[in-house]
Design a protein around this ligand. Structure first.
Ligand SMILES: CC(C)(COP(=O)(O)OP(=O)(O)OC[C@H]1O[C@@H](n2cnc3c(N)ncnc32)[C@H](O)[C@@H]1OP(=O)(O)O)[C@@H](O)C(=O)NCCC(=O)NCCS
Length: 131
């Protein structure tokens, strides 16, 4: 396993579609939670670990609405590598199609992943993996 430098690129970038809306016509919070979870797992995999599962997602506060047509980017940064766990901070930024130069941070969350074996039990992360 190797040490991976900070990634300036988003782990995920996606355009929000009408199928992702809630009853009010803005984007369903669960859609964004799913993107956070995927982006964090992608960052964890960049460390060279095999299977990971999400054990925790810490406080997620949605400070701005996300709308259909917004381009949402999830920036993921590995904060900590423990014995079996990896903690990732995911920052979610929406670019409005009407003003592509303007971006709004809509939420930020810490997600924790555990490295597991094929039976689902936690296994130690290679000592070579670090932030
Ligand atoms: C993830 C799982 C295998 C962990 O098993 P476990 O026996 O509870 O594991 P442990 O108690 O040994 O903890 C494993 C690591 O998780 C960390 N951890 C445990 N509870 C935690 C919590 N609430 N928040 C953050 N980290 C936590 C521990 O500190 C440990 O990290 P470390 O080894 O780096 O110190 C098990 O809980 C599981 O299968 N959960 C379901 C995962 C899943 O399916 N997620 C998808 C969503 S449904």
């Amino acid at each position: 396993m190797t040490t991976i430098p900070d990634d300036p690129h988003p782990a995920i970038r996606v355009c929000m579609m009408p199928a992702d809306t809630n009853a009010h016509g803005t984007i369903f919070g669960g859609k964004i939670l799913s993107l956070i979870d995927q982006a964090g797992a992608i960052a964890a995999h960049r460390l060279g670990v095999g299977r990971v599962v999400t054990i925790a997602m810490r406080e997620v506060v949605f400070t701005h609405p996300v709308r259909v047509g917004d381009i949402v980017s999830c920036y993921a940064e590995v904060l900590r590598v423990g014995r079996t766990s990896i903690t990732v901070c995911v920052r979610v930024v929406a670019h409005r199609p009407t003003d592509i130069k303007r971006s709004v941070e809509v939420t930020k969350a810490e997600a924790v992943y555990v490295s597991i074996d094929e039976t689902g039990r936690p296994i130690p992360i290679d000592a070579g993996a670090s932030v």
